[in-house]
Structures are given as structure tokens and as C-alpha cells.
Ligand binder design. Structure first.
Ligand code: SAM
Ligand code: SF4
Length: 333
């Protein structure tokens, strides 16, 4: 079997973007993602090794994947992550490696990651208020996150994005300060609607603070926003700039404005399961192939089977929606 050839699903969507979770562990406990206590993490031996991740990446790169995002859990708690970045950067066909992090360990690792070939950073920042940060993440850490952001800027990372999950009843007072912070420091602020992927299963549509409401709050509190041209048709965010030219804001609205028809992403969980959607209820066991002496062709076939089974959309708003068994930290956001 010839491995090469694009990863096209039944709806004509071409998959070029792989999100790799490198761990289910995390150093904080955001309520929209993890349980508060007694988290049962996967034993180390169940996680893919860097060599296994690299091999998987080589195979999907032959099928047109050219962008990688490392995520978790918190990817920076995985020992020596820069080594994985370096391995992936050398895979032929991969032209972009990005990282999504909570930023707590970033100040100490940013230089090593940049040197290894990391191109872009998304840093989660839900609040600039210490109490609210604690209420959400159930841990201290705001100072470290801010230190991580500024260290990454000093080191020379460009176009750093900040991600805030928008939750009704919590995020409203944070909107204008976060928008102002992004303007002041030349960062892009992105607001992400709360999705039903919290470990505690408490998600409710009433808790979703829509991108439209956030936009209105920013326009009232800071100034008019104008839409920016779409750089990449598969991007999940709608990007805006303030009319005075200072500061960019992105809205990721999976609940109120699903973007599934433009999706080009596949996912690999930390223990080597391929998922064709964040909300997928089925997985394809790449680790079994990797650890049983399976060929690259078998691995490619497994990925094609996953993409072939991809549904048209996540269906969060439908009565038939089935919440995946895994929570966000076990999938990789
Ligand atoms: N630990 C890293 C971090 O927080 O950036 C990477 C993993 S985290 C699962 C990836 C992204 O998913 C973060 O931006 C986080 O805020 C977001 N996220 C987690 N749970 C979510 C939920 N239920 N709805 C929307 N976004 C969520
Ligand atoms: Fe950890 Fe990221 Fe989940 Fe927060 S969102 S608990 S930082 S994995």
C-alpha cells in the first residue's frame, strides 16, 4: 500500500493539522477541564514515548499533515519536551510546531523550546485577577503565568496568543482587563466558548458566555472591533482588530457558531489513541500498532480509518449529543 495521499474524510475535508497530547498530567486543576482532586493519571508506560510520537508524525506527514500542536494535560510537565520538539522539527513535511500551555513552567523552558524549533505559543490566561485565577484553576500560579508570557516575548516568540475560556458568571469582569492587557503588550487575546468537556460533567448551556456577548463588552469597554481577513480558511477563530489598530482579539465559538465544516484536525492522545474530533466517542489504537511491530502502512491505514469515520459535526446543540467519556485533559485541547 502506498502511504502518501491526502487525508480526506467523507465530507471532503482535508486533514493537515495534528494535535498531539504528550501527557494527561497537569500542575493546576481548571474546573472546566479536570476534577478537583484524586485524579487518576495514566502510568508512564502507557504514554507514547518521544520515538513513538515521532514515528506517528512521520507517517501522517506522508499523508499531508504539516502542522503540529503539542498539548495535554500540561505539556510542560512532560520531562524534556524540547527534545520532542526537536525530533518533530526534523520530520520532513512539518512546517509548523506550536504549543498550548498554561504557562506556569514557561519562563524556565521557553528558550530551550525556541532553540529546539518551536514556532508558536498559545498561553492560557483566563483572568488577571489572583482570586479569580485561583477560583478557576484551584491553584496559585498567576505570577508564574505572567512571567512565562513576558519571558517568551523577551526570547523572541512572535504572535503569542492568550486563550481564555469564557464562562458566564465568571468571565464578564475579566473581558475588558484581558483585552486591555493584550493591547498593552502586543498579544492576541482569544476567547473560547466553554465546551462540554469538563471532567465533573457540570457543563450547561447556561454557562456558555458567547463570543457575541464578549465582543459587545469589548466594544463598549475599549472600542470598536473590525474583522480581519481570514488568513487560514480552516482556522477556528474569527479574528478582529481594534479600530485604532492596537490589539487583536479572536473568538472561538464552537457552541454558538460551530466551525466543524472547516475542520482539518486530527488528534493523538497521550496514550496513542487517534481521535478524529474533540467530541469523538470512538478511538483508533495507534499504540497497539506501534508496539506490536506494525508497519507504517498499518499505521497509515488506521489513521485513514479514523478520518473516514469522521462525523459532519460535533452536534453539541442537538438532542442526540453524546458527551465523550474523556474530559479535556485526557484528550488534548
Ligand atoms: N494545559 C494547557 C493549557 O491549559 O493551555 C494545554 C491543554 S488545555 C486542555 C488546552 C486548551 O483547552 C486551553 O486553552 C484550555 O483553556 C482549553 N479548555 C480546557 N477545557 C475546556 C472546555 N471545557 N471548554 C473550552 N476550552 C477548554
Ligand atoms: Fe491543566 Fe490546561 Fe486542563 Fe487547565 S485547561 S487543568 S491547565 S490541562
Amino acid at each position: 500500500m502506498n502511504i502518501s495521499g491526502p487525508l480526506v474524510d467523507g465530507f471532503g475535508r482535508v486533514h493537515t493539522n495534528l494535535r498531539i497530547s504528550v501527557t494527561d498530567r497537569c500542575n493546576i486543576r481548571c474546573f472546566y477541564c479536570m476534577p478537583a482532586e484524586n485524579v487518576r493519571f495514566k502510568p508512564r508506560r502507557e504514554l507514547l514515548s518521544f520515538e513513538e510520537i515521532e514515528r506517528f508524525t512521520r507517517v501522517v506527514a506522508l499523508m499531508g499533515v504539516n502542522k503540529i500542536r503539542l498539548t495535554g494535560g500540561e505539556p510542560l510537565v512532560r520531562h524534556d519536551l524540547a527534545l520532542l520538539v526537536k525530533k518533530i522539527a526534523q520530520v520532513p513535511g512539518i512546517r509548523d510546531i506550536a504549543l498550548t500551555t498554561n504557562g506556569i513552567l514557561l519562563a524556565e523552558q521557553a528558550q530551550g523550546l525556541k532553540d529546539a524549533g518551536l514556532k508558536r505559543l498559545n498561553i492560557s490566561l483566563d483572568s488577571l485577577n489572583r482570586e479569580t485565577f485561583f477560583k478557576i484553576s484551584r491553584r496559585e500560579g498567576l505570577e508564574q503565568v505572567l512571567a512565562g508570557i513576558f519571558a517568551a516575548q523577551r526570547i523572541g516568540f512572535k504572535k503569542i496568543r492568550l486563550n481564555a475560556v469564557a464562562i458566564r458568571g465568571i468571565t464578564e469582569p475579566e473581558i475588558v482587563p484581558l483585552g486591555g492587557f493584550a493591547r498593552e503588550h502586543g498579544l492576541e487575546m482569544r476567547f473560547i466558548e466553554f465546551m462540554p468537556l469538563d471532567a465533573d460533567g457540570n457543563w450547561d448551556t447556561d454557562q456558555v458566555l458567547s463570543g457575541a456577548r464578549i465582543r459587545a463588552a469589548l466594544e463598549e469597554g475599549i472600542g470598536p472591533l473590525v474583522p480581519l481577513p481570514v488568513e487560514d480558511p480552516s482556522q477556528p477563530a474569527s479574528d478582529f482588530a481594534f479600530a485604532d489598530g492596537v490589539g487583536r482579539i479572536g473568538f472561538i465559538n464552537p457552541v454558538t457558531q460551530p466551525f466543524c465544516q472547516r475542520c482539518n484536525r486530527l488528534r493523538l492522545t497521550a496514550e496513542g489513541q487517534v481521535r478524529n474530533c474533540l467530541f469523538s466517542t470512538e478511538e483508533w489504537d495507534a499504540r497497539a500498532v506501534l508496539r506490536s511491530g506494525g508497519s507504517d502502512e498499518e499505521l497509515a491505514q488506521l489513521v485513514r480509518a479514523s478520518i473516514g469515520a469522521k462525523r459532519a459535526g460535533h452536534g453539541i446543540n442537538s438532542d442526540q449529543f453524546v458527551k465523550p467519556e474523556r474530559a479535556m485533559y485526557q484528550i488534548g485541547g
